[in-house]
Write a protein that binds this ligand. Structure first.
Ligand code: ATP
Length: 315
């Protein structure tokens, strides 16, 4: 076992800090006969983190505790993606889990920031440390079985995602980017936004943006001004159709001087690219004054998964 803390009562714990993800490019293919959509996406982790501590004890099974502002909206049983992750890893490697998963939640729920996928990935990383497993393709396969975003969330950083987003390869991103993240009241269901994409496509609205070459070149320059014109999200029209207020905040951010305004994943979180940290702070102040968002955060990217050794004491 590596990277785990041992306590006096014999229990061990691993704490993993995992970033939310944004999609710098989210190209959505037409609905296939099997119901899936091909995706071409460029993921990037942002410095808005959940913290997941997995504590190994004696009692068989998986318990989950969730703390944070919206903790009551997170399922506590086997519907919790972190619990699913522990069970799936145990099954793949023949380990009977006896753990408590403690989630300190800061990533907004159902906001298009992959918070559930991030917790699942963090639980996989923590359990693989606790159970002494190397980071191999088998772990990535378990991650892909849990959800399209989970393989990316195992490490964060910047990556190209293909397939349904589950096939990831790291890409070069130089520099540090500054974003303003505006969360919204209420949630937007990802399947509902996909269904709206399909409906709009049937009436000839929208098409699959699969080309990312220019975006990848912009990322190599490390300059936000180069990145801004390359950002794309094929779900924007559909999300705005379901939630018309999104148009208002996206326009407001652009009017307030953002280099680019972008829907995060399937929304309803919105993202505004800034030139630098000072620009981000000023932009966030202006957006707060408009009172269009629930919360406004300044973050930087790329952000990565980290494994720490100072979890809260097991209770
Ligand atoms: P995606 O775009 O991947 O669907 P999202 O960011 O829009 O993600 P999540 O925050 O992952 O949405 O939440 C989607 C749903 O998943 C929630 O409504 C919630 O009921 C469920 N869920 C299960 N486990 C978790 C978890 N650990 N954290 C947050 N939500 C979870």
């Amino acid at each position: 076992m590596t990277g785990a803390l041992a306590f006096d009562d014999g229990s061990q714990a691993v704490r993993v800090r995992v970033p939310a993800k944004i999609n710098l490019h989210l190209g959505v293919g037409d609905r296939r006969a099997d119901g899936y959509h091909d995706l071409t996406t460029v993921y990037q982790g942002i410095s808005l983190y959940d913290e997941v501590t997995v504590i190994a004890g004696q009692q068989p099974g998986v318990r989950v505790e969730v703390f944070g502002d919206d903790a009551e909206a997170v399922p506590l049983g086997t519907d919790n993606l972190a619990v699913k992750a522990v069970l799936a890893l145990g099954e793949e490697f023949g380990v009977a889990p006896a753990v408590t998963v403690r989630i300190a939640k800061r990533i907004p729920i159902a906001g298009g920031l992959a918070g559930g996928s991030a917790d699942a990935a963090a639980a996989l990383v923590a359990c693989s440390r606790l159970w002494g497993m190397p980071f191999t393709d088998r772990l990535v396969k378990v991650a892909a079985g849990l959800g399209s975003d989970v393989p990316f969330c195992l490490s964060g950083g910047t990556a190209l995602g293909t397939g349904h987003g589950e096939r990831v390869e790291e890409v070069t991103a130089n520099g540090r980017y500054h974003w303003v993240v505006a969360t919204a009241d209420g949630q937007l269901s990802t399947p509902a936004v996909y269904a709206e994409v399909d409906r709009l496509r049937e009436s000839g609205i929208g098409s699959y943006s699969s080309a990312v070459t220019e975006l990848l070149e912009a990322l190599r320059t490390g300059r936000a001004e180069e990145l801004a014109p390359q950002l794309r999200n094929d779900m924007t029209e559909a999300a705005m159709s379901l939630r018309p207020q999104l148009r208002e905040i996206l326009t407001a951010g652009a009017d307030d001087g953002a280099l680019a305004a972008l829907l995060s994943g399937s929304g309803p979180t919105t993202l505004f690219l800034a030139r630098d940290v000072h620009h981000a702070t000023a932009l966030a102040g202006r957006l707060r004054m408009r009172r269009l968002a629930r919360e406004v955060h300044c973050v930087h990217a790329p952000a990565f998964v980290s494994v720490g050794l100072s979890p809260a004491q097991p209770g």
